[in-house]
Ligand binder design. Structure first.
Ligand code: SF4
Ligand code: SF4
Length: 81
């Protein structure tokens, strides 16, 4: 019996400038991203990374680059016209 591919659960936050995604299954709760974020935009909830305040994000990409498990990604959105 073959098992169908299950869609990965993704938590997502966004505003007009940025979209941040966390895949909870990949996140091991090391808090590296939370500690590295220079503007404290991230936080922890039940040992998983989450966005506490997306409007603080300055798109420095530190969280995405330094997460050892590729659990968090940051995407710059096109500026609204
Ligand atoms: S650095 Fe990655 S694995 Fe560690 S808490 Fe952040 S998202 Fe989770
Ligand atoms: S991109 Fe930079 S400012 Fe935005 S959440 Fe990640 S570490 Fe914080």
């Amino acid at each position: 019996m073959t098992k169908g591919r299950q869609a990965e659960k993704v938590e997502e936050w966004e505003n007009a400038k940025v979209r941040i995604r966390v895949v909870p299954r990949y996140c091991k709760g090391c808090e590296i991203c939370v500690k590295l974020c220079p503007v404290r935009a991230l936080g922890m909830e039940r040992f998983k990374s989450k966005v506490a305040d997306i409007d603080k994000c300055i798109l420095c990409m530190q969280c995405e680059m330094r997460c050892p498990d590729f659990a968090i990604s940051v995407e710059r959105k096109e500026e609204a016209p």
